[in-house]
Design a protein around this ligand. Structure first.
Ligand SMILES: Cc1cc2nc3c(=O)[nH]c(=O)nc-3n(C[C@H](O)[C@H](O)[C@H](O)COP(=O)(O)O)c2cc1C
Length: 213
């Protein structure tokens, strides 16, 4: 059991290019959303909502926006980095079976959210834990997830009719995949490498300055 959990954690991958578009059974989708909804949250605020996006037209509109934002980012890069970036696929919006947009409502839980008075971001952290639960559950179900963040929040809020004040936190492409890569795409494309654990662990006090710009 414990080995299975670690196996899922280490097998999980961000997927862009391996979606098959095959259907997701309703009970599987329900289990994954239920895993997301079981996440811990500050003050038990459960500040997330999940918008399941199946509509082709909405996904095409979002995809068009992502392509524009891709150009915006590319324009900030030096020529050598821009060339490497050009080879990297950054989304599977059209190829995946469906998408789940996860949102954050800071007003959920009222004005006195227990544990959030000093750290406003604790609400957002909670949403990210729900996302990670969904990601791991999908991996355990043999499915892939791809997090897309190449968008402007107002565009996505408007596209999906998300109420004012509720923030879209993630567009997650979801569905069956041919396989999960063993190495992250960004590493395979020589964009960036994973840090060794030993660089990330400090004992008692921070050692070694700041690393890994
Ligand atoms: C907050 C967040 C936003 C991300 N946005 C994107 C994105 O827009 N496009 C993309 O291709 N990958 C995106 N990713 C995936 C990361 O690139 C990926 O997690 C990282 O390279 C490590 O690879 P792995 O998840 O396969 O281990 C995002 C991941 C996170 C956590």
């Amino acid at each position: 059991m414990i080995n299975e959990l670690y196996d899922v954690i280490h097998r999980r991958r961000d997927v862009r290019g391996q979606f098959t578009g095959a259907p997701i059974p309703d009970d599987v989708l329900e289990r994954m959303l239920s895993a997301a909804h079981a996440a811990p949250s500050v003050g038990l605020s459960q500040p997330w909502d999940f918008v399941v996006v199946r509509d082709r037209e909405l996904r095409e509109q979002f995809y068009g926006h992502v392509q524009e934002e891709r150009k915006v980012f590319a324009s900030t890069l030096d020529p050598e980095a821009a060339e490497r970036f050009a080879r990297i696929k950054i989304d599977g919006v059209l190829e995946s079976t469906l998408s789940v947009v996860v949102t954050y409502d800071a007003e959920r839980g009222g004005t006195a959210v227990l544990g959030r008075h000093a750290i406003a971001d604790a609400g957002l952290y909670s949403v990210c834990l729900a996302i990670q639960n969904l990601w791991l559950a999908a991996t355990a179900e043999g499915l892939g997830v791809g997090w897309v963040s190449f968008y402007r929040e107002p565009f996505l809020a408007d596209l999906l009719g998300i109420p004012a004040g509720v923030r879209p936190v993630a567009w997650l492409c979801l569905g069956p995949v041919t396989h999960l890569e063993t190495v992250p795409d960004l590493e395979r494309h020589d964009w960036r490498r994973r840090r060794p654990l030993s660089d990330a662990v400090h004992t008692d006090r921070w050692t070694g300055g700041r690393t890994g710009a």
